[in-house]
Design a protein around this ligand. Structure first.
Ligand SMILES: *Cc1c(COP(=O)(O)O)cnc(C)c1O
Length: 345
């Protein structure tokens, strides 16, 4: 078999949820948008529901439908994009709770689905989704009259604890929501780490559950093992891969392993110190990353194993992200569809 193995440790995922939950005095939900950050929203949510999570967030109604099918009735499923045209049937049939983002969405919701649960997303400064303070002030009495289940907002800079934007958004959110008897939510993973002031009634971590920064204490959730297809010995002066970018300075043993940029291993990771592992021994990636293949210097090994590991405890999605000039979120959501996926736990 020449497809790489992606192992997803659901026990580690649950551990991350429990540890984040233990930092709060409030409810901890789970964000499973983009198919659970690429790891299968259904499996992720089922594991977390068993551990005690009662509310889940997705980006679009269609994701909510897939999640409801996996979870069955019971757990709450909320939709960040709110109530878009064409969503009504899905929201109703699959008991999804839209987070309404505008007056337009509010009117659509109250007319199409009177009495159907909803929340309101407020813009406390990020200027991405939600109602701005003036808009909210104009419509909030109508909204509050229909009993929203949640008032929420999102932080723009929560991965930088010292950033002045955090306190500024906190103040704006408090101003917009104080005095109403409605549960509130402001914090994603980064916001949870800013402290209790940011927690309110419900926290909504995503990336921390999947083992990524800014949750430094996260347990890694994914392991990626790449099969070795071929091994060859190079003389000094011989080159490896497209463009001859890597040239052997000494006698070198090269392994060709199956996985490439079509599997989410960005070409930008070349010559950045990214390595594979044979057990504890690092075997650096050399030469260009191709569509389906990577070449690895295995000279240090007595014996070349059947697989070399690219993601493990020593090298996490954040290490790959740094090498590629991106963030762990993008590495996770790019993990390839060709991988043979195994779930543990
Ligand atoms: C993605 C997202 C989250 C989760 O954020 P993480 O940084 O992954 O914890 C929470 N709330 C909203 C509105 C989001 O878009």
């Amino acid at each position: 078999m020449s497809t790489a193995r992606l192992t997803i440790n659901l026990d580690a995922l649950v551990t991350n949820w429990r540890n984040l939950n233990a930092m709060t005095n409030c409810e901890t939900a789970a964000v499973v948008k983009a198919n659970g950050y690429g790891l299968d929203a259904g499996r992720v949510a089922k594991a977390l529901a068993t551990a005690g999570a009662r509310n889940f967030f997705v980006a679009a109604a269609e994701e909510g439908v897939a999640l409801r099918r996996a979870l069955g009735p019971g757990p709450g499923i909320s939709v960040f994009s709110g109530h878009m045209e064409g969503d009504t049937k899905l929201l109703k049939e699959f008991q999804l709770t839209p987070m309404l983002n505008s007056l337009d969405q509010m009117l659509r919701h109250f007319e199409a689905l009177p009495g159907h649960a909803f929340g309101v997303q407020l813009d406390s400064g990020m200027n991405r989704l939600g109602m701005e303070p003036a808009e909210w002030a104009a419509v909030r009495d109508i909204a509050l009259g229909q009993s929203p289940v949640l008032l929420m907002s999102h932080l723009a800079c929560s991965d930088e604890p010292g950033h002045a934007m955090n306190a500024q958004q906190l103040r704006t959110f408090v101003d917009m929501t104080n005095g109403f008897e409605v549960p509130r939510s402001l914090a994603a993973t980064g916001g949870m780490l800013l402290g209790r002031d940011y927690h309110f009634d419900l926290c909504r971590p995503g990336i921390g559950l999947y083992g990524g920064a800014p949750y430094g204490d996260a347990v890694p959730v994914v392991q990626l093992d790449l099969p070795v297809i071929q091994v060859r010995d190079l003389d000094p002066g011989e080159s490896v891969g497209y463009g001859n970018t890597w040239v052997a300075k000494a006698p070198t043993r090269i392994a060709t392993v199956a996985a490439g940029y079509a599997d989410g291993l960005h070409r930008a990771m070349m010559n950045t110190g990214v390595t594979t592992y044979a057990g504890e021994t690092p075997c650096p990636v050399v030469g260009r990353i191709s569509m389906d293949l990577i070449t690895v210097d295995v000279t240090a090994l007595e014996e070349v194993p059947s697989h070399l590991t690219l993601l493990n405890e020593a090298q996490t999605v954040d290490h790959l992200a740094d090498a590629a000039g991106t963030i762990g979120y993008e590495i996770l959501t790019s993990l390839g569809h060709r991988y043979a996926r195994t779930y543990q736990g």
